[in-house]
Design a protein around this ligand. Structure first.
Ligand SMILES: CCCCC/C=C/C(=O)SCCNC(=O)CCNC(=O)[C@H](O)C(C)(C)COP(=O)(O)OP(=O)(O)OC[C@H]1O[C@@H](n2cnc3c(N)ncnc32)[C@H](O)[C@@H]1OP(=O)(O)O
Length: 396
């Protein structure tokens, strides 16, 4: 079973449903799924398990019990374990729901599960996404969700409570997801965020808990990670689209210069507070930003940390188009679905013709920026800025 799906199923089976009155919070993500298939395959089933994780609205305990029962029936067959004791209310409710399915065949339970999830997803406020790609290697944590549908592979940052700040695990998972997306049969790849933020950049707590003797080594390995990460964006062979669903900070902004198209909600802002953090630009922005907006506008952003509105970012060429927040998801996904029907090889080749002109240059810039940043991470300015952030967080 795919990692995310497995974790989800385990969570459901092992206590997410803590009390019949307790509501499990689901991360907010707009989604829309295919209608019910005539006969659900194992892949459909795994996709459905991933979709449950992205439901915008909590489906309520009754539906969750139904999902639990169908999941158990589909994977283990009829319930023939002893009924939990009368005081074990939660497990008894789960057992009852499963037992009520009697001898329903596994295939039918699987189909019913898929149909139920599909109806929940369709009724959820939605736009244009999602069928997780069950045959791809799933990332190592729930902080990233990869889905594939309608010729579009979507990589969603899924740490909304931390404004989708990027942990080392997430950098690795994004690299894996890009690698898989470059080889799958989708025509377009999308990066987006779940929740009110697109991404708040590097997780600043990445700088904590470093033993004194290991600071240099951490800076060195951080620079290697950064370089590898950005290289994946430089080399990505298919059209890469950023669906910027909210404010973006730091590396999530600089990387936009390596995307082919950037769509933003009018609620988005673009902020690169590198000097405030004692750091320096990465993601090839020292090259792409001056190229797209001219050196002085780039300096305002990258050196003085001026935060741009979505409309300003669009005027500066960083954003392709801005949409009203109320229709953002709908309009963007309709557009992307139409683009994804274009001949994929032609799109891939056209992208490469554009990118190949400066690939070498971008790699060299990435290497240089990473090495400068490695030095910056060791500076007092940087250390102080991180301590500042962490003390505010700790309300010191
Ligand atoms: C190896 C590769 C290195 C690549 C180099 C990359 C560099 C960069 O990306 S530099 C940019 C780093 N990012 C930042 O400086 C942003 C820091 N965060 C903030 O300024 C704010 O949190 C905010 C403006 C993004 C949101 O403010 P607000 O709406 O007031 O929400 P909170 O501050 O309460 O945030 C909620 C929750 O999320 C945590 N959080 C947000 N961003 C980060 C982050 N970048 N790193 C770590 N944690 C973050 C925040 O601490 C709150 O957590 P709790 O207090 O636990 O609820």
């Amino acid at each position: 079973m795919a990692g995310v799906a497995g974790r989800l199923a385990r969570r459901w089976c092992s206590g997410a449903l803590r009390s019949p009155l307790q509501v499990t919070r689901f991360p907010a993500l707009q989604l829309h799924v295919c209608g019910p298939a005539m006969r659900a395959s194992q892949k459909d089933f795994e996709n459905a398990m991933n979709q449950v994780k992205l439901l915008k609205k909590d489906p309520g305990n009754e539906v969750k019990l139904k999902l639990y029962a169908l999941y158990k029936q589909a994977t283990e067959g009829p319930c023939n374990v002893p009924r939990p004791g009368v005081l074990d209310f939660i497990n008894k409710a789960k057992w009852d729901a499963w037992h009520a399915l009697g001898s329903l065949p596994k295939e039918t339970a699987r189909q019913n599960y898929v149909d139920l999830v599909s109806s929940l997803s369709a009724s959820s406020e939605s736009s244009g996404q999602v069928t997780p790609a069950a045959d791809r290697k799933q990332p190592g944590s729930d902080a990233l969700v990869v889905t594939s549908q309608d010729g579009i592979t979507t990589i969603t940052l899924n740490r909304p409570d931390k404004k989708n700040a990027l942990t080392p695990q997430m950098y690795h998972d994004i690299m894996l997801a890009l690698e898989a997306a470059s080889k799958d049969d989708s025509a377009i790849t999308v990066l987006t965020g779940n929740g009110d933020y697109y991404c708040s950049g590097n997780d600043l707590t990445n700088f904590t808990d470093i033993p004194p003797g290991e600071v240099e080594e951490r800076a060195r390995s951080g620079a290697v990670l950064l370089r590898d990460f950005v290289d994946c964006f430089i080399d990505f062979p298919k059209p890469l689209v950023a669906v910027v669903n909210g404010p973006a900070v730091g590396i999530s902004v600089t990387l936009l210069g390596l995307f082919d198209v950037v769509y933003a909600t009018d609620r988005a802002t673009f902020h690169t507070p590198f000097s405030h953090l004692g750091q320096s630009p990465e993601g090839c922005s020292s090259y792409t930003f001056p190229k797209m907006m001219g050196p002085s506008k780039a300096t305002e952003m990258l050196v003085f940390g001026k935060k741009l509105t979505a409309r300003e970012a669009c005027t500066q060429g960083l954003v392709t188009e801005v949409f009203p927040d109320s229709t953002f998801q709908k309009e963007v996904w309709v557009r992307l679905k139409a683009y994804s029907k274009l001949p994929p090889n032609a799109m891939r080749i056209s992208k490469q013709v554009i990118r190949n002109r400066e690939k070498e240059k971008l790699h060299a810039i990435n290497a240089e920026e990473s090495s400068i940043l490695q030095e910056r991470w060791l500076s007092d300015e940087c250390m102080n800025a991180i301590v500042n952030f962490l003390s505010k967080k700790a309300k010191l």
